[in-house]
Design a binder for this molecule. Sequence first.
Ligand SMILES: NC(=O)c1ccc[n+]([C@@H]2O[C@H](COP(=O)([O-])OP(=O)(O)OC[C@H]3O[C@@H](n4cnc5c(N)ncnc54)[C@H](OP(=O)(O)O)[C@@H]3O)[C@@H](O)[C@H]2O)c1
Length: 251
Amino acid sequence: MKYALVTGAASGIGIAISRVLARKGYGIVMVSSSQKHLMQAKKNMAKRFPKTKVYTIKEDLSRKNSAQELYNKVKEMGVIIDILVNNAGKGLIGATEKIDINSDEELLYLNMVTPTLLCKLFLKDMYKRKRGSILNVASTAAFQPGPYNSTYFASKAYLYSYSRAIRHEAAKHGVHVCTLCPGTTDTKFFEKEGIKTPAWAMSAVKVAEYAIDGLCKNKAVIIPGKTNKLFRVIPSEIKLIAISLLKKPGK
Ligand SMILES: NC(=O)c1ccc[n+]([C@@H]2O[C@H](COP(=O)([O-])OP(=O)(O)OC[C@H]3O[C@@H](n4cnc5c(N)ncnc54)[C@H](OP(=O)(O)O)[C@@H]3O)[C@@H](O)[C@H]2O)c1
């Protein structure tokens, strides 16, 4: 059986991607920071896909050594990862001087450092086997700066750039690296940021279908939906002003 490792697999886009991959016959290694969330997600997967092999790993990916720890746990399990999905992420809204410094540091680890280190660790094994795929979940936030959501937007711009760069290196080794840039998606993401999910949000199921279709076609950048594709080409200065007005605390 081939296996996919999905970070942030307990909810939202991560669980939706896990389901699409299970439907395609992959065993799933689900990773999240909460044992409770993982148990719920595993139960849910077992109901829908009774034949799918599901492993869970509890790992807080916002900590310094978490990428290496996760990699070691996968090695100990003896599972070979064919698809790595770097999906776990979080956002923080507010003026930069008001956001707690430790919370911002955790965001930078979770959204940038850990996915980078996981790519580096798993790519080496994929290069040896001359096969494998990585899907890095960035965002349409990668396409312009985001005032009052500054570290989140910057972290996604970083992941977008890193992911596209290593794609070129990996191609020589028979390994695919794709970058997913969802727009507003209906998950717990906004609730966790302390705001309402916008009414126009796309469903996580739809985003996951676009994502795995794009991964199977080895698309460099996967942007779900026409509106999000259009958003990419609006001049960055215009988007920056609009985002500043939209995200300013008290709005
Ligand atoms: N929703 C959107 O509008 C949107 C748009 C573009 C891109 N994205 C990106 O899509 C990805 C998934 O987000 P989502 O919308 O599906 O939000 P979500 O429902 O909040 O899912 C986030 C996932 O990440 C996990 N996670 C959070 N902190 C973690 C940590 N420290 N260690 C390990 N896992 C952690 C969560 O599980 P636990 O809490 O159990 O750890 C959860 O499964 C993120 O990278 C996000 O930036 C979202």
